[in-house]
Design a protein around this ligand. Sequence first.
Ligand code: MG
Length: 136
Amino acid sequence: MRNQRGEMENSYDSIGSKSKDVSLKDLSIRLAEFAQVRGWDEYHSPRNLLLALVGEVGELSEIFQWKGEVGKGLPNWSADEKEHLEDELSDVLLYLVRLADVCGLDLGQAALTKIIKNARKYPVVVMNQKSKSTYN
Ligand SMILES: [Mg+2]
């Protein structure tokens, strides 16, 4: 992207400063720009992006491979291990977002819709006093 003076803007200058909130739309716009300025659009077919996504899921899996059960919050993990996990989770997310974008899908809206579908499929079972007492 060029600024008003025609200079290339570096949208990565703010890396390191924490964003308050990041939307899937923000990510897909950044990813589209990232690919466009590098001439990578022709390689970003749905099939290629899916295969890249699967590769990243493999890299994510390697982090947990042979560790046994891992506790919530990752107790006893080093800062480097946590950063590695952040990197691989991000790779998975970014390929997923890019895949949805090149397919012309609104992933955020689709995910919200899927949560509603899941809620209908798995309704909350409210036990009445009688059935609760059977567990006592
Ligand atoms: Mg990776």
